[in-house]
Write a protein that binds this ligand. Structure first.
Ligand code: PA5
Length: 444
């Protein structure tokens, strides 16, 4: 069952239903381009059929291998950047106990992330932890040459070799990379590291349903079969309803474009649940790399409420009126906690006693939405009943498809990232690597 619900009624005082429905033809045409592989960037449409095309044998292999890694690791370090990082982190952080690292629960390893920055302190601090813990490394890079993960892997590889010796280190390293020959693939072959492939036709930010996302998610103890099954439900639905009516992916894409046409060029992805913090980070990469080109696109930002109501809340309420919000609501929390009653009511909060914290959170969500709408901030609402592997799979496919549709309607290639590629080349150029001069650098 499709559990991602979209509501657009809080837009109608800003833009009309007709303004959204007006995108019907463009959405149908975008769907055709996606399913017939006829649009720009059609070499990168492998993600569309991934949920239904994923081989059960691959899932079993990943689960079994992940269990082996878990059994020998207190910590697993996932090394990757961009699309080789955000997807798995989004799912893992959404479904992991907030303070698991302090619980000393031996059943699951702590998952740490490296290779998404070049901070000396960050990696040195991580090595302090790894000195004391049993650990393994998953290194992910489709190109196999991205500087941040390559540098992090170099440092961590030296550490793991020193700690365990070559033979044991070999068994504690997993490589996930592209199909083509590349530096990382060569290392994996030379060192006989167990490895997995990111298909050629799936770009980084659409790769959460490839081993790049699935392997780390499985290591964290999350049910990847249920995750893929959730995405599959959305895939099947999207195939059956390749039009705007009754199709939340299409309606979301059309509503965004209608808002952009009415002058709303910044989308704030809002969640009232801190478990979705990294999901909103994943969303930012997906939409900014897909839409932000040729001087076009909606600028994606994120806010975590109520935390950011004490900071960004000011701007959203009274700053420049270019914003709209997309609020992802999670109806049911995983845990139950009520506001306690106190005899002396020292903080005068007894009027909330007995209420669940989630009820208070939902009331604030309702009130904040009303206040923001009153301040000329249109709101798109997306609701899931709870966070679990199934709903996360549905949500991620929902956003991938909406993003591709939205980008095609905008008239850009959703699957390239020329400026990110230029940055990658340029970074080597700035560091003085000879081969990088083959491609023109971005900066003079
Ligand atoms: O979406 C993309 O293609 C990029 O953000 C990449 O995922 C990111 O740059 C990392 O690339 P790679 O996996 O080749 O190291």
């Amino acid at each position: 069952m499709i559990q991602v619900k979209l509501a657009l009624d809080q837009l109608y005082s800003f833009i009309s239903k007709e303004q959204i429905i007006a995108y019907d033809k463009q959405i149908v045409s975008a769907y055709r381009k996606i399913h017939n592989k006829t649009g720009v960037g059609s070499d990168f449409l492998g993600w569309v059929d991934l949920p239904s095309g994923t081989n059960t044998d691959l899932l079993i292999r990943i689960e079994e291998h992940a269990a082996v890694l878990r059994s020998k690791s207190e910590v697993v370090v996932v090394v990757g950047a961009g699309g080789s990082y955000h997807g798995s982190r989004a799912v893992i952080e959404a479904m992991t106990h907030h303070f698991s690292h302090l619980l000393n629960d031996d059943s699951l390893p702590a998952v740490l992330f490296a290779g998404q920055n070049i901070s000396e302190d960050y990696l040195a601090d991580m090595c302090d932890v790894l000195d004391k813990k049993e650990y393994s490394i998953i290194v992910i890079s489709k190109s196999g040459t991205t500087l941040e993960p390559a540098l992090a892997f170099r440092v961590l590889n030296a550490h793991i070799e020193k700690k365990y010796g070559h033979f044991e280190a070999q068994k504690r390293i997993v490589v996930i990379t592209g199909q083509r020959e590349n530096a990382l693939k060569q290392v994996a072959n030379n060192e006989s590291y167990e490895s997995y492939v990111i298909p050629d036709d799936v770009g980084g930010r659409y790769s959460v349903l490839t081993p790049a996302g699935l392997f780390p998610i499985a290591v964290a103890g999350i049910d990847i079969k249920a995750f893929v099954a959730g995405a599959r439900k959305m895939e099947v639905f999207s195939r059956a309803v390749g039009k705007i009516h009754g199709n939340p992916m299409a309606l979301y894409a059309a509503a965004r474009q209608a808002l952009l046409a009415s002058g709303k060029s910044i989308e704030v992805m809002v969640s009232y649940d801190p478990r979705l913090f990294y999901f909103t980070e994943w969303y930012k990469q997906l939409f900014s790399e897909s839409e932000g080109k040729e001087l076009k696109g909606i600028f994606p930002v994120s806010a975590n409420f109520t935390t950011d109501l004490h900071s960004m809340g000011q701007y959203i309420q009274e700053g420049e009126r270019k914003l709209f919000e997309t609020v992802i609501s999670v109806i049911k929390p995983e845990r139950t906690l009520q506001v306690p009653f106190t005899e002396n009511d020292y903080d005068q909060l007894n009027f909330l006693a007995g209420k669940r914290l989630s009820d208070v959170n939902h009331q604030i969500e309702f009130g904040t939405k009303t206040a923001h709408i009153g301040s000329d901030v249109p709101i798109i609402s997306i609701e899931i009943p709870e966070i679990n592997p199934d709903t996360m799979g549905q949500l991620m496919y929902f956003f991938e498809m909406s993003c591709a549709l939205s980008s095609y309607v905008l008239g850009v290639n959703p699957f390239n990232q020329p400026s990110v590629d230029a940055y990658k080349r340029n970074v080597f150029s700035l560091l003085g690597k000879e081969a990088c001069n083959q491609e023109p650098p971005l900066l003079e």
